[in-house]
Design a protein around this ligand. Structure first.
Ligand SMILES: [Zn+2]
Length: 72
């Protein structure tokens, strides 16, 4: 089990856009669900400091999206 990272924490991750390993910071963002066009606000996501690409969604954020009707 992973401990849920907290907002403001840095995570080492690979940015698919930069194609390099970056220290990304978990921050809150509005995520738009492609299927329903619903916008879920304040979702904790992992953002690349280089290009602003959303690298991944934190486990607790995935739960928020799932409640909103998002399926991966
Ligand atoms: Zn990047």
């Amino acid at each position: 089990m992973f401990a849920n990272p907290k907002v403001g924490e840095f995570i080492t991750n690979t940015c698919q856009r930069c194609n390099r390993i970056v220290r990304s910071q978990l921050s809150l963002r509005s995520v738009r669900l492609t299927r329903t066009r619903l916008v879920v606000r304040d979702v904790p996501v992992d953002v690349c400091p280089q290009c602003g690409h959303m690298i991944s969604i934190a486990p607790q954020g995935v739960e928020q999206l799932r409640e909103a009707g998002w399926t991966k």
